[in-house]
Design a protein around this ligand. Structure first.
Ligand SMILES: C[S@@+](CC[C@H](N)C(=O)[O-])C[C@H]1O[C@@H](n2cnc3c(N)ncnc32)[C@H](O)[C@@H]1O
Length: 331
């Protein structure tokens, strides 16, 4: 075994204390990382993408609306899905678009291209450069690893260190750009309070948006805003559909809600998923009862669809997700 391999074995064996950002990076995207597993995210939790085809249909509508506002010289409309999972959203949007719509679909994903994916979908680890259209990122930013700060007994915010078995202890005081981010976006409160330092997410979002020459960039996630930050943070784990203790060993998802207001660039708007989907024609209203006697099949179909729309827009559930809508004017 080389020194490097021995060192890595020791690290992954849980012998080393590392800051959360480094631990989550390895646990999610390392060689045995959670997101490298064959079952993909859908094997462990349900996002809006999996909840209903209505979601992809709404994104298809947003793509068509975005296309209408593009300069006439744009002949091909890009649809870039960042954190594309197994390409489910792109496949759904392509199916929902009218025949002949001039779209080029790009999946940006750290996991490998799944077998059998629609060949029209391009797959890569980096966003394409200089494209025009819609960039969409559903539940991506919450999986961009961040450091965690905790205020010690003397009132000093310190990095939280973690071992691969999930045990934590406090490390150095938070300093430099991280301290400036906390002061601006999530000011430390009293001893014992915690905050996730969203700086890497701000940078990841800005870099993703930069791939558009013109169009609209949308990030959808669990979020909180200044004045409404959770005092003890939101870092948690998910495995097999259940919330679990966040243990950075590759066996569970590691996620934390996103400070989307900090990510937002100039001209951006933050709206609830309920409102964003309402604008795109997705409501949870039941079909009229009269339809049941005139066209029972259509009634049952409409009822199922209304149930799915209700799930996507439910208060206390997916409806509380936040959409960050960021227009990208022609550069
Ligand atoms: C919670 S899953 C969401 C999947 C899909 N968007 C959905 O809503 O069902 C997050 C995905 O983001 C991917 N991911 C995380 N960081 C990434 C990055 N920097 N570039 C590309 N994909 C990334 C992960 O591999 C994972 O598949």
């Amino acid at each position: 075994m080389t020194y490097q391999a021995a060192n890595e074995a020791e690290r992954t064996g849980g012998a080393e204390w590392v800051p959360w950002r480094e631990a989550a990076e390895r646990a999610l995207y390392g060689p045995r990382g959670f997101y490298r597993r064959p079952e993909g995210p859908a094997g462990h939790f349900r996002t809006s993408v999996h909840a209903s085809p209505l979601y992809a249909a709404a994104v298809a509508r947003l793509l068509r609306e975005t296309a209408e506002d593009l300069p006439a010289a744009v002949a091909e409309v890009a649809l870039v899905d960042i954190g594309a999972g197994r390409g489910e959203l792109l496949a759904g949007v392509l199916a929902a678009l009218p025949d002949g719509f001039p779209v080029r679909a790009y999946a940006v994903e750290r996991a490998a291209r799944p077998a059998g994916l629609d060949p029209r979908i391009e797959w890569g680890e980096r966003p394409p450069a200089g494209v025009s259209g819609l960039l969409f990122a559903n539940e991506w930013l919450d999986n961009v690893p961040v450091d965690v700060a905790e205020v010690d007994d003397a009132g000093v915010p310190r990095y939280v260190l973690v071992r691969a078995d999930g045990e934590e202890r406090l490390g150095d005081p938070v300093a430099g750009a991280d301290a400036a981010w906390l002061a601006r976006w999530w000011p430390p409160a009293g001893p014992g309070t915690r905050a996730e330092i969203g700086r890497p997410r701000d940078a990841a979002w800005a870099a993703a948006v930069a791939c558009l020459d013109v169009g609209l960039a949308v990030a959808v996630d669990y979020a909180h805003r200044a004045g409404d930050r959770p005092p003890f943070g939101t870092l948690t784990g998910f495995r097999g559909g259940r919330e679990v203790r966040p243990v950075p060993d590759g066996g569970c998802d590691i996620t934390a809600h996103v400070a989307l207001d900090a990510c937002a660039g100039p001209g951006a708007e933050l709206v609830s998923q309920r409102e964003a989907l309402r604008r795109l024609g997705v409501f949870g209203a039941r079909p009229p009862l009269a339809l049941a006697s005139t066209d029972p099949t259509a009634y049952v179909r409409a009822l199922a669809s209304a149930g799915e729309a209700a799930e996507l827009t439910a208060p206390g559930g997916l409806g509380d997700f936040v959409w960050l809508l960021q227009p990208v004017p022609a550069r």
